[in-house]
Design a protein around this ligand. Structure first.
Ligand code: ATP
Ligand code: MG
Length: 665
């Protein structure tokens, strides 16, 4: 796909695994070979790490592609694997969650025994509210321990949950509730955001009304409400429908006999982030999903459950929160940090303070956060003792080489390996990533497929492109945590992922293999630009911009251009030390400097026609840049659907800037 002379895939820096980590790593190099020689045996062994009711008869049934069945005939309960079995093994006193609330001093340590009791109580309470195996339950909550409890209680009952990010609107909640016909909503009166309580329950009331109006026969029967902020709900309480968590869960028995569910029983429906359009309802099932997430969490983070303290900063409203805060880590018996608030509240060092306080050893976050910290400056992490960190992870977008190097230096003390993990809501589990005890990391590359996973980069004719070339990222073989379908829409599942080429899963991302065969993710194929016949990737040009010392973040789009077909338009956020007034002052000099910089790094063809210095970029609630909105601006169109945008004022700020700037050649 990309024919640029980019420096990106020519990265020469290599970071070897620290010797002690390599020597004691959970997974060694031989795993690749073992998985390649017998893929099913490899995943069966990973599944053996879990507790099953009935063992499976068949590892994989792929007789009706693309509909996979894993661990056919096996029965399992995800909640039992995440809590009961650790208690039964005598580890009940181990902390499962160091929960940190946003208001300072608001913190709770929850042991595995505590968690088991609470999950059992919630399972009993949900049963009393009418939830039966197979019923869907929507969860719309802040980052409080009860959200984990609610998910596991649903899993215990076999009632698939659909977690809707607490920052979403009533409309977004209603459309998801309607799509999967959730019978019960679990929520809270509110949550804390930047020091102030922010209400959730009124949005639920509004969503319930919308469901009644637009949901056909479907109605929400019960709303279970955690009291978190104690806000006045006024007359927003329906005595027939609404129940307080502390009334029904606290009063319920902590004894609950779990049923073992079929391995293919639906575990949850999760809607994608909506970066490229309307979110899709991804269905994950139980046995394969738990196998894929627990194995990769253990392998990629080299988890030592006895000593590690793991922190994944993702909100539970995204798949990363599901796979690497709830199911993977808890199935592995990990001790984790869970934080309710934002990184800048009450100050910009809050995350580092939390790492120091709990001795976090493994830290997993997104490039968008890392670039924000780069923007704020090095002094915030430097003020805290981060010496406990031994491993760092990244997910969500490509990590620009410059951000990788900053992360390694300022958070990882130039020794912690970084695992850049590529995966999707659809894949359920990590697919491409270094193994920390095996792989010498290259800044900006996700390196290669994990053991047991077969990815490839192909051209339009589905032929492998070979080293040194770019193309489409595809997956060749089924994997345990793969999505089983789109909720209620098998045809759309086939059309979206399996129709471009026979027998290949098409991820929608572009990628390039470097001369060593390592993988570089190049962004969405829909975002690829065509400038005078040259195909350019967003990621490459963005990384070139971020490599300039004054730049913190960049987003690049191709805008229609009479001369060249498309022209490169860049939106850039400067580091704080280079902006006096939030980036709104005169920027002519720097724009020229940056254009030259891109030319030098990549080539004249990639030199942006236009660069706008902006204070913010439009991002989804999960922190991904929404390039399609920037493309609307660059092409002077009405801005499209913004419902999954984190901050709707951002587009107004950018449009105002656009109107007042004319930096085109
Ligand atoms: P939608 O499909 O609704 O547009 P989305 O694709 O943003 O939403 P997710 O499933 O949360 O929803 O994101 C998966 C995508 O994120 C991947 O397809 C890829 O584009 C990007 N991504 C995730 N991790 C990485 C990574 N390590 N490197 C590069 N890209 C990544
Ligand atoms: Mg996607």
């Amino acid at each position: 796909m990309s024919e640029t002379l980019s420096n990106l895939a020519r990265e020469e820096r290599r970071f070897e695994p620290p010797a002690d980590l390599a020597a004691n790593a959970n997974v060694k190099e031989e795993a690749y070979e073992r998985a390649a020689s017998d893929n099913e045996a490899f995943w069966a062994e990973a599944a053996e790490r879990l507790d099953w009711g009935q063992k499976w008869d068949q590892v994989l049934d792929w007789s009706n592609p693309p509909f996979a069945k894993w661990f056919v005939g096996g029965t399992i309960n995800a909640a039992v694997n995440c809590v009961d079995r650790h208690v039964e093994a005598g580890r009940g006193d181990k902390v499962a969650l160091h929960w940190v609330g946003e208001p300072a001093d608001d913190a709770r340590d929850i042991t595995y025994s505590d968690l088991k009791d609470e999950v059992c109580r919630a399972a009993n309470a949900l049963t009393d509210l009418g939830v039966r195996k197979g019923d869907r339950v929507a969860i719309y909550m802040p980052m409080i321990p009860e959200v984990v409890v609610a998910m596991l209680a649903c899993a215990r009952l076999g009632a698939p949950h659909t977690v809707v990010f607490g920052g979403f609107s009533a409309d977004a909640l209603a459309s998801r509730v309607i799509d999967c016909e959730a019978k019960v909503i679990v929520t809270a009166d509110g949550g804390y955001r930047r020091g102030a309580p922010s209400a959730l329950k009124p949005a639920v009331d509004e969503a319930v009304s919308k469901v009644a109006a637009d949901g056909g026969d479907h109605v929400v029967e019960k709303v279970l409400v955690v009291r978190r902020t104690g806000q006045d709900l006024g007359d927003g309480w329906d005595a027939d429908r609404d129940v307080w968590w502390h009334d029904v869960v606290d009063a319920a028995s902590s004894e609950h006999e779990p049923e073992m569910h079929d391995s293919e029983h639906p575990l949850y429906v999760m809607y994608t982030s909506g970066t490229t359009g309307k979110p899709k309802g991804i269905l994950h099932t139980t046995g394969g999903y738990l196998t894929g997430t627990s194995y990769t969490h253990w392998a990629v983070f080299d988890l030592k459950p006895g000593t590690d303290v793991f922190w994944c900063t993702a909100d539970v409203g995204w798949v990363t929160g599901h796979s690497y805060m709830v199911y993977g880590p808890l199935a592995n018996g990990a001790t984790q940090v869970m934080y309710e608030g934002t990184p800048d509240s009450p100050h910009k060092g809050r995350w580092w303070e939390i790492i120091a306080k709990y001795g976090v050893t493994i830290f997993y976050t997104a490039p968008t956060a890392i670039r924000t910290f780069m923007k704020w400056g090095d002094n915030f992490p430097a003020d805290h003792d981060l010496s406990s960190i031994r491993l760092l992870g990244s997910v969500g977008e490509s990590i620009n080489p410059e951000a990788y190097v900053w992360y390694r230096k300022h958070i990882g003390a130039e020794k912690a390996p970084i695992v850049d993990t590529w995966w999707q809501t659809e894949t359920g589990q990590m697919m491409i990533s270094p193994l920390p005890g095996v792989t010498a990391g290259k800044p900006g590359s996700a390196m290669k497929a994990l053991p047991g996973i077969s990815v490839d980069v192909v051209n339009d004719e589905a032929q492998p492109v070979g080293n040194g070339n770019g193309g489409y990222l595809v997956i060749r073989q089924p994997w345990p945590a793969m999505l089983r379908t789109l909720w209620g829409d098998d045809q759309r599942f086939i059309d979206t992922y399996w129709s471009r080429w026979e027998g290949l899963y098409f991820a929608g991302d572009g990628a390039k293999l470097d001369d060593d065969g390592d993988i570089w993710l190049l962004g969405r194929v829909d975002d690829v630009m065509n400038v005078s016949g040259h195909r350019l990737s967003t990621t490459e040009i963005e990384s070139a911009l971020v490599s300039h010392p004054k730049v913190a973040e960049a987003a690049v789009v191709g805008a229609a251009d009479e001369m060249t077909g498309q022209a490169v338009c860049a939106f850039v956020i400067l580091r704080d030390e280079f902006t006096q007034d939030g980036g709104t002052g005169s920027t002519e000099g720097i724009v020229e400097e940056l254009r030259k910089h891109v030319q030098k790094e990549i080539g004249a063809i990639a030199k942006p026609r236009q660069i706008m210095i902006v204070p913010e970029l439009p991002k989804t609630r999960s922190g991904k840049i929404m390039r399609r909105l920037l493309k609307d601006v660059a092409e002077h169109r009405e801005v499209g659907d913004v419902t999954t945008l984190a901050d709707s004022t951002v587009m107004d700020m950018i449009k105002t800037k656009e109107d007042s700037s004319a930096t085109e050649e």
